[in-house]
Design a protein around this ligand. Sequence first.
Ligand SMILES: Cc1cc2nc3c(=O)[nH]c(=O)nc-3n(C[C@H](O)[C@H](O)[C@H](O)COP(=O)(O)O)c2cc1C
Length: 411
Amino acid sequence: MSRLELEVCGVKLKNPIVVASATPTKNAEFFRRAFESGAAAAVAKTVIPDEMGGDPVRTYVRPRFTILNKKGYPHSFTHYSSEFACEYRPDAWMQELREAKKHADANDARLIGSMGAISLENWRDLARAHEDAGCDMLEAWMFACPNLGGSSISNEGNLSLAFDQWVDMIGTAVHAVRIPIYVKVGSEFGIHSILGGAEAAKKAGAAGVTVGDRTSALEVDLKTGRPLLAGGFSGCGGPWMRPIVQKFVARVAREVDLPIAFTGGIWTWDDVVKAIMVGSTTVQVCTAIMYSKKGYGIVRDLLSGLDKYLAKNRYASVNDLRGITLPQLRTFPTLERIPKGEIYVDVLSELCDGCGYCSNWCFYDAISFGSDRIAIVDKTKCDGCGLCLALCPQNAFEMQGDVPVYMGLES
Ligand SMILES: Cc1cc2nc3c(=O)[nH]c(=O)nc-3n(C[C@H](O)[C@H](O)[C@H](O)COP(=O)(O)O)c2cc1C
C-alpha cells in the first residue's frame, strides 16, 4: 500500500489531493485533465437550481479574472476574480458528470459533485440527481463562495439563515442519498460561521466538512474609484490566505469531529504537508492549477513533494501526519514567559552591511554601530523580541540563549 493512500467515509482515495470546485472542473473535458493530473478526486463546479438566481448567476461577467500585486507572483499575489455558479442548468450538467465519471474511472479517481439550493425539495432532488449521475461523493455549497455568498447576490439570504435551517437543508440532502456529503464552510463569514457551519454539518449527519475558500473583497480603480472588477465585490485569494485557512481548519479539527478537506492558498508541496498537520484529511487545490506555470501539472509536484517528505521523516502513512500540530497549540495563559536576558540576538558581523535599519526598529535601544559600521547588540538591553531578526535585509541576526519552543523561526 502506498504511503499516500487513505480512506475517507468509506471512499478509497489514492492520495489526499483533490482538484477544487472551480473553472478547472467546468465540464467533462476539464475533468479529464483534472483526473489525468494524478489527483485522487475532483469537485465539480457548483450547480444551482433556478431558485438560486437562475441564468444571471450562470452567466459570467467578462472579464472576470485578474491578479492584484502581480509583482508578488508567484509568492504573494492575489487572485482577484468574479465567477458565479456552473454555466449548465442541472439537467444538462448531469450529462457532463456522467462523462466525467468515465474519466474518473479510467484514472482510479473519484468524482465529487457540488450543489447549492434553498428549498428542501431542491436539496433532495439535486442530491439524488448527482448520485444517479455516478458521483462518489457530494459537496454541499452552503456558506462558502465569495461571489455568490459574499456579493449582493445572496449574502443577506445566507446571513439570515438560522442554525436549524442549515441543519434541515444539509440533513435533507444527506438523507436523500447513500453517497457521503461534505459541507463546504467558507471563510466568508468568519470563524463563527465556519464553526457554526461545521457544527450544523455534524448535527445533520454530513460525512465531512470542506473548510476554507477565498474571501470576498473590494478593490477600486485609483483614478476613478470604480470597482475594479464586475462592478462590485469579487473573490480574493492566493497563497497568502493559507495560514488563515490553517487556523480555521485547526479550530474545526479540535472542536468538530468530522473529516476535513482543506481549501485555500495551497501552492507548493510543503503547503500540503502543513494543511494535513493542522488536521485536514484531503487537500484541495484550485488557484495553483489556474495560475501556476504548470497548470494541472502542479498536482504531480504536490504529490511527489508530499511523498518524499513522508519518506524522509519516516511516516509510514499520510494518516500518521494528520493533526500533529493540534496537541502543540497552546492557550495564551499557558505560553512560556521567558525572563528578560535569557534570550537575545547576536550579530553575524560578516553579514551585516551597516545599513542601520535595525537600530530604527529596535524599541529597546539595544543596537548601536561601531566605527566599522557593524551592528553591536547590548545584551543587557535586548528584549529578545525578534523584530531585527525578522526584518534585517541581510539576515545578519541570530537568536541566542535557550530558545524554548518557537521564536517565529522554522526548524
Ligand atoms: C474562479 C473560481 C471559481 C470558483 N467556483 C467555485 C464554485 O463553483 N463552487 C465552490 O464551492 N467553490 C468555488 N471556488 C472556490 C474554490 O473551490 C476554492 O475553495 C478556493 O479558490 C480556494 O482555493 P485555492 O486557494 O486553491 O484557489 C472557485 C474559485 C475560483 C478561483
